[in-house]
Design a protein around this ligand. Sequence first.
Ligand code: NAD
Ligand code: INS
Length: 362
Amino acid sequence: MTTAETRAGALPDLADVPARELQVAVLGVGMMGADHVARLYSRISGAQVVAVSDAFAEKAEQVAATVPGCRVIGDPLVAIADDDVDAVLIATPGQFHEEQVLACIERGKPVLCEKPLTMEADSSLAVVRAEDEYAARTGRRLVQVGFMRRFDPEYAELKALIDAGGLGEPLLVHCAHRNAAVPPHFTSEMMVNDSVVHEVDVARFLLDEEIAAVTVLRPKATRHAVAGQSDPLLVLFETTSGRMVDVECFVSTGVGYEVRTEVVGEDGSAMIGLDAGLVRTSGGSSGAARSTGIAPDFRQRFGRAYDIELQRWVDAARRGEVDGPGAWDGYAAQAVCAAGVEALRSGQRTEVRLASREGTAS
Ligand SMILES: NC(=O)c1ccc[n+]([C@@H]2O[C@H](COP(=O)([O-])OP(=O)(O)OC[C@H]3O[C@@H](n4cnc5c(N)ncnc54)[C@H](O)[C@@H]3O)[C@@H](O)[C@H]2O)c1
Ligand SMILES: O[C@H]1[C@H](O)[C@@H](O)[C@H](O)[C@@H](O)[C@H]1O
């Protein structure tokens, strides 16, 4: 397919892609983007980083220099449109995701977008609808959202245990999300949108149902909290069938990156995140926790999850498929976070407003 045909609105044929390695452009090469470039270059097969784009040209040059044959393209939209780019990984700040993901859909290019899909539920829904429209024409989906925990071996094991009925009906989920520290601009709203959003996806993934309401409590704040921030927060999700998920979100612990999830079912419970593998207590037996080593941040704790996430994204994109959380998952998470921010401000239990999923298969 020529550039002219693509610009004229014809759709690129992804069936052409598998013959060669997936040519990837990475947009935003700060902490996550640079990490993903290194990962794609050194640990992921079937892909090549052919272009990077960053608002800071110097940073883009530095990162491009680490990958043979990688070009810097100043304008991210030009990178998306480039004929040599088959697929796009977006690791720019969240406020740029909407425009960049929509441009990928318009060009028919598979995209892995770091969370959040977009900054508001409405704009995430617009992405869902744009992808639906593309899928109706082509039979293909394009959007994956960077909820990497679904690829973490411990979360995958926990999900498999639940799905196999190993805990009976899951009734409760307890989550802890602790960061050592956050930058000074990190507000309580950002704790919901940037941090709790991972627990929203975990809850939806493990329980396989939507979240219907959110309540946010503000316990006494740590003296280490960023000025004006309520840290920690306690967040409660209620699912549509009445199951409950509590989340401790504490982003200035000074300790390290601690992410724990415990699922309590009718016939047992299981916990992950102790650096001891999955610890299961059911039928009177309890796994013994080894002494724990706490990761400093998400790049260590979820390094393996990012590897698996990217390898599966590359493999699926080469087949013209999406094999991970899609646009709907990104939208649903934003809708819950919007209710969460409302609940944080009002102190009231807040219902989640979710659009109809009709016609959306992702
Ligand atoms: N999945 C995870 O665990 C995880 C962890 C951290 C961050 N994230 C997400 O990854 C994304 C990036 O976060 P980060 O921590 O790497 O941020 P960062 O600030 O370190 O990097 C962002 C980069 O994007 C560049 N940039 C800004 N505007 C741009 C634009 N319009 N076009 C191109 N480049 C632009 C900046 O210069 C910077 O280099 C965010 O969406 C964040 O929520 C996900
Ligand atoms: O953007 C980051 C990232 O998503 C991490 O995974 C999370 O633990 C942090 O709290 C958040 O600030």
